[in-house]
Design a binder for this molecule. Structure first.
Ligand code: NDP
Ligand SMILES: O=C/C=C/c1ccc(O)c(O)c1
Ligand code: ZN
Ligand code: ZN
Length: 364
């Protein structure tokens, strides 16, 4: 218990401009507030959103920016009113670190849809400071936005569950797509997509991966447990699969036509958009009318859903498939992620990268 009297100086790896190149950056954290926990970062996953943000794909990036929102760490200090966590707990921090607590989404415990939500980086906290993410030695976060990592989950494999995992779990629950026997499509087999296959399979669905190439076919079928694999450019295979899916989780992070995928949906099928795409997507209206299909979207998941997903993963024996790297490799990892060269999520071993020591040595 107790709080530090002075601001903590920490080191993160920050983008300085839209090249998205990260390099060491020293900054201070706010004093530990009554409901804050101080978290020593152990691991942080690399999500494609980190590229969108670091490279200013949405036009709203502010620099210096320390990305990273799939954070697993150890609680090293708690404010005097913290009841949810204790020193020594292993916790996760995701995309959101604040909300108004008064609006309809907040009262319904879907605080990710709060219009006053605070993003874990590239945002401004209530004290007027920029928020900074998990590619850093330490974070301070309100206890509400830290979730306990349950026993039975390796912390490094838990990291991708905090964004990629809950991002697929939340819409499947919300849209009533949890019944065994449903037929689902996962469009784009990356970080979010591979968790889509795993979570949907654990719910008892028949899962079809829809990919831009055949490169991931063997892994998808043999290791991830997919039931079918479609290459989107294979017109004959796509035609044969028409009218066969109850839903598609669309994780493609770039502009793409929707009509080839809408054609795969059955009556009342749902196309759930996940990718962050700053250009209009298009389709002709009969594609949705003649089949009462729905095009919708979903944004991460709530803190409650995150805790539920973590327990679901323990109960079902699910983990993410990761490639662990040190912080010094983060720029190569970002480049490889952008060129679709990772199976399926990079996780940075932050604590094992000695970033504070290395930054101090570089300035001496
Ligand atoms: N809605 C939300 O709450 C969230 C949204 N996101 C967003 O979801 C998207 C996916 O994130 P993530 O899984 O981390 O990204 P990844 O890069 O790990 O995966 C995306 C996959 O989409 C396919 N793909 C990539 N580029 C193209 C392209 N130009 N055309 C067609 N297919 C492509 C590839 O799969 P394949 O090789 O199989 O074709 C790739 O593996 C991003 O836009 C991210 O910002 C992420 C998390 C939460
Ligand atoms: O990776 C998680 C964040 C996803 C996201 C979704 C929508 C949006 O506009 C973003 O900036 C990020
Ligand atoms: Zn993410
Ligand atoms: Zn709110």
């Amino acid at each position: 218990m107790g709080s530090v009297a002075s601001e903590r100086t920490v080191v993160g790896w920050a983008a300085r401009d839209a090249t998205g190149h990260l390099s060491p950056y020293t900054y201070t954290l706010r004093n530990t507030g009554p409901e804050d926990v101080v978290v020593k970062v152990l691991y942080c996953g690399i999500c494609h959103t980190d590229i969108h943000q670091a490279k200013n794909h949405l036009g709203a990036s502010k620099y210096p920016m320390v990305p990273g929102h799939e954070v697993v760490g150890e609680v090293v200090e708690v404010g005097p009113e913290v009841t949810k966590h204790r020193i020594g707990d292993v916790v996760g921090i995701g995309v959101i670190v604040g909300c108004c607590r008064e609006c309809r989404p907040c009262k319904a415990n879907v605080e990710q849809y709060c219009n006053k939500k605070i993003w874990s980086y590239n945002d401004v906290y209530t004290d007027g400071r920029p928020t900074q993410g998990g590619f850093a030695s330490t974070m301070v976060v309100d206890q509400k936005f830290a979730v306990k990592i349950p026993a039975g989950l390796a912390p490094e494999q838990a990291a991708p569950l905090l964004c990629a995992g809950v991002t697929v779990y939340s819409p499947l629950k919300h849209f009533g797509l949890t019944s065994p026997g449903l037929r689902g499509g996962i469009l784009g087999l990356g970080g979010v997509g591979h968790m889509g296959v795993k979570v949907a399979k654990a719910m008892g669905h028949h899962v079809t991966v829809i990919s831009s190439s055949s490169k991931k076919r063997a892994e998808a079928m043999d290791h991830l447990g997919a039931d079918a694999y479609l290459v989107s450019s294979d017109a004959a295979a796509m035609a044969a699969a028409a009218d066969s899916l109850d839903y598609i989780i669309d994780t493609v992070p770039a502009h793409h036509p929707l009509e080839p995928y809408l054609a795969l949906l059955k009556l009342d099928g749902k196309h759930v958009l996940m990718g962050v795409i700053g250009e209009p997507l298009s389709f002709v209206s009969p594609m949705v009318m003649l089949g009462r299909k729905a095009i919708t979207g979903s944004f991460i998941g709530s803190m409650d859903e995150t805790a539920e997903l973590l327990q679901f993963c323990v109960d079902k024996g699910l983990t993410s498939q990761i490639e662990m790297v040190k912080m010094g490799y983060v720029n190569e990892a970002l480049e490889r992620l952008e060129r679709n060269d990772v199976r399926y999520r990079f996780v940075v071993d932050v604590a094992g990268s000695n970033i504070e020591e290395e930054a101090a040595a570089a300035t001496n």
